[in-house]
Write a protein that binds this ligand. Structure first.
Ligand code: ADP
Ligand code: MG
Length: 264
């Protein structure tokens, strides 16, 4: 079995360091000893309430935070090795899409500028190949060609998220971390973006780590679900089993309070 992601005893503590004048007592153990794996081609969902450490885990996986301890293999490569290889090494194997699409896109950059960065710096494509790829990418996320000359504020939330998805696809990485990618969108738009993500996963043989606090979304997209609570994974199961027979007390509360899922 080959894995897209393998994480062992991963932890991240914020604060608590010794500063010049005082020792801070405000130490936050955002992630405590998390172990999990995502198989190639799998969608692993991470659920858990606000503050449970989901985004910190996501940010470590894509290289935006350095773990305090533990190990990560991304596409079979040790994250410490990736870090030594330089700032672009993570982006070639793992990409991300975050919650707020408008905020995650630079307001002064057109779609063309946004897509240009990974096509040039990560793929090393020449201008003519870049233009070709831009057309293919817009097609893949179902946006019209004239989107290229437009700016983030000219798009709806759903359209802007499609551009963030196109940017993630542009790098040709095999893994995408999605942190609450549809939470900021209207429910009708959520369904369209979820369908698109499912289609892209099959088409480009991607693996997803998909963070959401919404169990209905998780039910629609995931192969397996890991439940996070206070920085730890307390339970992992396929969604149908998790919703029918939640094991951990926290999962039971989560499932009981979810209005839109089928419990079989
Ligand atoms: P979630 O995404 O599940 O809501 P987060 O990973 O964002 O959770 O946060 C987990 C905990 O870590 C929270 O208590 C949060 O306040 C804290 N935290 C996250 N990022 C930082 C940071 N950069 N500095 C200090 N504390 C942080
Ligand atoms: Mg978060």
């Amino acid at each position: 079995m080959t894995y897209a992601i393998q994480v062992r005893d991963l932890a991240k503590t914020f604060g608590g360091g010794v500063s010049l004048f005082s020792r801070s007592h405000h130490e936050v153990k955002a992630v405590k000893s998390v172990s999990l794996e995502v198989a190639r081609g799998e969608t692993l969902a991470i659920v858990g309430e606000s503050g449970s450490g989901k985004s910190t885990l996501a940010r470590m996986l894509v290289g935006l935070e350095t773990p305090t301890s533990g190990s990560m293999l991304i596409a079979g490569k040790d994250a410490r090795v990736l870090r030594q290889e330089g700032p672009r090494a993570f982006g070639k194997v793992i990409q991300y899409v975050f919650q707020d699409p408008i905020a995650s896109l630079n307001p002064r950059k057109s779609t063309r500028d946004i897509l240009e960065v990974p096509l040039k710096l990560l793929c090393g494509y020449e201008p003519s190949r870049r233009r070709e790829r831009m057309k293919e990418l817009l097609d893949a996320v179902q946006l019209p060609k004239d989107a290229l000359s437009r700016f983030p504020h000219e798009f709806s939330g759903g359209q802007a998220q499609r551009i963030a998805i196109a940017r993630a696809l542009a790098a040709e990485a095999e893994i995408i971390v999605l942190d609450e990618p549809v939470s900021a969108l209207d429910v009708s738009v959520q369904a369209q973006v979820l369908l698109l993500l499912r289609d892209l996963k099959t088409r480009f043989r991607l693996s997803y780590l998909f963070i959401s606090h919404d169990l209905a979304v998780v039910e629609a997209i995931s192969d397996r679900v890991a439940v996070m609570h206070f920085g730890e994974v307390v339970e992992t199961a396929p969604p149908t089993r998790l919703f029918a027979e939640p094991g951990h007390a926290y999962t039971q509360r989560l499932v009981a309070s979810a209005p839109r899922i089928r419990r079989k």
